[in-house]
Design a protein around this ligand. Structure first.
Ligand code: DGY
Length: 318
């Protein structure tokens, strides 16, 4: 039977030729996401959906007759009701692995920028304020030799920890499951409880999946328990941090700085963050390198085609 798929938003061009001619593609070529009525209407009669984190894939969407597979072009899938998909027999896939290293690179970019005040320094130079060399200008914090705390020690958390070896850092990690001793040895990482991690780390970087359990994992209490010199990095999902509490923490200097790629109500950013110099912000671009976007698009397309051909998905969400 001929297959039809909907691509809810532009993918990397390189991935499209993988789709055989006998599969009909309905591609939203616009910059903006489909509205909900548009998504529901255009999904009618489709067997596969390739979607982005901005698409809410709930039970109503998943109830589309004939829908077999939903492929998120992201590793995170908190935009999809996976339990409903299971109930309805719709396969859900994501794009793990291909974005691990790029996302870890970017978490480090935020960490370094926040620690060494790169954005403030750039603004200072551009504003023409730099009229003479100054001994006490824009002092930041050392990164090398310090303690990195990784909350969430999956693929990305471990890739972030691996980079810390080059900075001769002590690595503390916490996760719901402790990893194998050989991984701890390789990464020179020590398993601790969340409280110890928050208390002892100079840099706290978040890499947990977002779920009801991890919403506001970093709340006022957590922020108050961190070092006054600590830097918080979030390249996972915004709601893992209580953003209002973070604004207070940065304003009242419970912690020193933050590097944020994600926000509680994207694309809205808490207005309290916008005026602060001790926060470095990016518009959810941690995996946004050319190569990685191509790899994510390609994997999503391959997942979709595999399921439509009756084969197992390459990277199903289980
Ligand atoms: C992901 O993969 O989950 C990113 O946040 C979106 O690119």
């Amino acid at each position: 039977m001929a297959k039809n798929i909907l691509i809810s938003r532009g993918l990397s061009d390189e991935a499209l030729p993988l789709i055989p001619k006998d599969v009909t593609v309905d591609l939203n070529g616009h910059e903006h996401s489909l509205t909900r009525p548009e998504l529901l209407a255009r999904l009618r009669g489709k067997h596969g959906l390739i979607c982005q984190i901005t698409d809410t894939i709930d039970d109503e969407v998943l109830a589309t007759p004939g829908l077999q597979v939903v492929c998120n072009v992201a590793v995170g899938y908190n935009n999809i009701d996976v339990a409903a998909a299971k109930r309805r027999g719709v396969v859900v896939t994501n794009t793990p692995d291909v974005l691990t290293e790029t996302t870890a690179d970017f978490a480090w970019a935020l960490l370094m920028a926040a620690a060494r005040r790169v954005v403030e320094a750039d603004a200072y130079v551009r504003a023409g304020t730099w009229t003479r060399w100054q001994w006490d200008l824009l002092w930041g914090q050392d990164v090398h030799g310090k303690t990195l705390g990784v909350l969430g020690f999956g693929r990305i958390g471990r890739a972030v920890a691996r980079r810390a070896l080059g900075f001769d850092m002590r690595v503390l990690y916490h996760d719901v499951v402790r990893c194998a001793p050989e991984v701890e040895r390789e990464l020179r990482a020590t398993y601790v409880d969340k409280e110890t991690l928050l208390r002892d780390a100079d840099f706290v970087t978040l890499h947990v999946l977002f779920s009801a359990e991890t919403k506001h994992l970093v709340d006022e209490r957590a922020l108050r328990s961190m070092k006054k010199s600590a830097v918080l990095v979030n390249a996972a999902r915004g709601p893992i941090v209580d953003e209002a509490a973070l604004v207070r923490a940065l304003t009242e200097r419970w912690i020193a700085a933050a590097g944020l790629d994600v926000f509680e109500e994207e694309p809205k950013v808490h207005p309290g963050l916008l005026g602060l110099t001790n926060v470095v912000m990016a518009p959810h671009i941690a995996s946004a390198s050319l190569d990685t976007r191509i790899a994510m698009s390609t994997l999503a397309v391959k997942n979709c085609l595999a399921v439509l051909e009756g084969k197992p998905a390459l990277t199903p969400v289980t």
